[in-house]
Design a protein around this ligand. Sequence first.
Ligand SMILES: *[C@@H]1O[C@H](CO)[C@@H](O)[C@H](O)[C@H]1NC(C)=O
Ligand SMILES: *[C@@H]1O[C@H](CO)[C@@H](O)[C@H](O)[C@H]1NC(C)=O
Ligand SMILES: CC(=O)N[C@H]1CO[C@H](CO)[C@@H](O)[C@@H]1O
Length: 715
Amino acid sequence: MIVEEKQEMEGFWIAGAIRAIQAISYVCDLLTFPVYLVLQRPWEKRKKSRRVKAKLVSKDENSVTYRSVDSPGEMHVAMKKRKVETLDEMLLWVAQVHNSKRCLGTRQILAEEDELQPNGRVFKKYKMGDYKWKTFSEVERLAASFGRGLRNLGMRSGRNVVIFAETRAEWMIAAHGCFKQNFPIVTIYATLGDEAIAHGINETEVDTVITSHDLLPKFKRLLELAPKIKTVIFMEDQLKPTNTSGYKDGVTLVPFSDVIKTGNTLKIGPSPPKADDTAIIMYTSGSTGIPKGVLLSHKNIIATLKAYCDVVEIRSDDVFLGYLPLAHVFELLAESVCLLSGVPIGYSTPLTMIDSSSKIQRGSKGDASVLHPTCLTAVPLILDRISKGINENVKRGGPFKQAIFNFAYEYKLKWLKRGYETPLCDKYVFGAAKQVLGGRARLILSGGAPLSPDTHCQIKLCLCVTVTQGYGLTETTSCATVMDTYDRSTGRAGAPTTACDIKLVSWEEAGYRVTDKPYPRGEVIIGGDNVSAGYYKLKDKTSEDFYQECGKQWFKTGDIAEVHPDGCIKIIDRKKDLVKLQLGEYVSLGKVEAELKTCPAVENICIYGDASKHYTVALVVPNPRHLEELAENLGLRPSSLEELCNNPEIEKAVLQELVEQSKKCKLEKFEIPGAVKLCAEQWSPDMGLVTAAFKLKRKAVQERYQHEINRMYAS
Ligand SMILES: *[C@@H]1O[C@H](CO)[C@@H](O)[C@H](O)[C@H]1NC(C)=O
Ligand SMILES: *[C@@H]1O[C@H](CO)[C@@H](O)[C@H](O)[C@H]1NC(C)=O
Ligand SMILES: CC(=O)N[C@H]1CO[C@H](CO)[C@@H](O)[C@@H]1O
């Protein structure tokens, strides 16, 4: 009785406080409105957001083609004028323009020390120093030396080199060293399985591999699978010496710094590439089958860089935080834009990025707090995690904080929609969230998969940043469409860039037609200078997915999109992800997953539809903290996550949540999962259940959980 009363009192008090804030904010609005109206010119922002960005250029009964209406920007024109046509020419140019400016930064690791945790366990944590920088001209010189050093080790022009390493300054230096000597680089995700890595090494017939201290031990086994390798170059660790014993006889292991040292003393000239030469053979994991090597020429990359510069507003006082895999085309292109624009790149890792990252010593600063970056890239998975983290934090702050937060959120949303900024709200309510990324972040580029509108909106509001979404594939050198800086919509991927045309083609089978109202819908086909010539050594697959038309190379993406009147596209489906259920209804698994991923209980989800059944089932990797809460509410006391996941009552509660969310986002009855299995293990690239870009590998997930799927359909 007393407890109830107290809660009521608290509720009453909160309601009163909120009313008071509302009243104050109303007065503030009245006072500041005329000032903001003049200062912020919201009508201009609204107009810019509505601007038409691409136009229909051709059309027949089965297809429509759109092209950007923008003319080339300053950087694009400058590159044309200077005839910058290869990455080698680009680096020489920027080294001249920005010579002593900071270029690539590496955080110094001072020591690794044991730290006692509250639960009694001991973890190794880093004691870290400042960023140490190399200037643009140093980077150019180091790359040149590295290229010469490689030649000295027996490399010849036209032969491939594998770079297999995590994202770091040496990666960029090694890559540019190779470009200078016209050695095509082969990139493979560090998280792919051994077989896939061996396949890439084998297919490209390399004898030289560049890797790192941390990944070197993998080669104890890989050297057996890839017998042609003769030389392994490893980037050293800052603290630990590298143990080079125990590797296959006849293979030379060379430290990265030694290659540069020898290169310094040699008098070998460069052997610059031409625009049509292959710069990178980039292995993409794909959601099915073995990885494919996508051929990217210097021309492809330069065309895309020009287009990126036309659409993304990068300033010379920006600072970029680099941590996504450079073996991913999106990160590589984003960092290359930084090089091109004279923007310093500070490298980081997920283990050291923020103050609370797992390798950062208690009381020390994470990379973002030291670097104060203004831009970074992210994939939706990371943004979803941040968004859920914010929600959890707010919830833990108690009902009062939660009420204030919700009020500020709605308030800011309302004003943003009208084209205003809310500086007071940003400072006093969202200021703390912004500090997590160092306090200066203004732009987050999101790519790799569609970003959910909820997450997009929340990140934008709470971190006070612009979130720019792009769409593209390795086959199209990452960017095919990018959101305009002023576009304030969510859930869309922007308009075609200046590098390519976007064509929609009707897909009758699933009922997507370019004649659909209100928006034309169909499969996205991308054509332009940025489109890869095809897959390495895969003629059949290349002619299946690529074709030439009107002097352009086109790529069939398999993604389904609609085009809005302003020329922006929205990805709505994926060809492969469609299943037909017993009663003939098509379910887009990807769409259902995207909607249900926003449930607080869901960390990852895979929907499965059996063609002989009339409903779907869900495999869910749950959020452990949320499960614990559910258990508490149900009065349960299970000890481990495993136990929580296997508890039928919890399963039922999670299913209930999924069903409610499904109804909220108006999923069809047959799309709503009829049963759920909670999976205690995280789906990681190592397990082969997701790609290195964290896209689901449906077939692998299905195979692993086949008996659970059978059980779900049987119950
Ligand atoms: C490497 O390629 C050869 C043929 O070129 C093939 O016989 C061998 O099985 C391949 N090995 C792997 C691990 O893919
Ligand atoms: C280096 O590796 C070899 C083989 O794995 C091992 O026998 C040796 O003890 C290692 N040396 C050091 C210093 O760790
Ligand atoms: C018009 C034009 O230059 N098209 C080129 C686009 O890119 C492909 C592949 O790189 C080339 O084959 C085309 O000639």
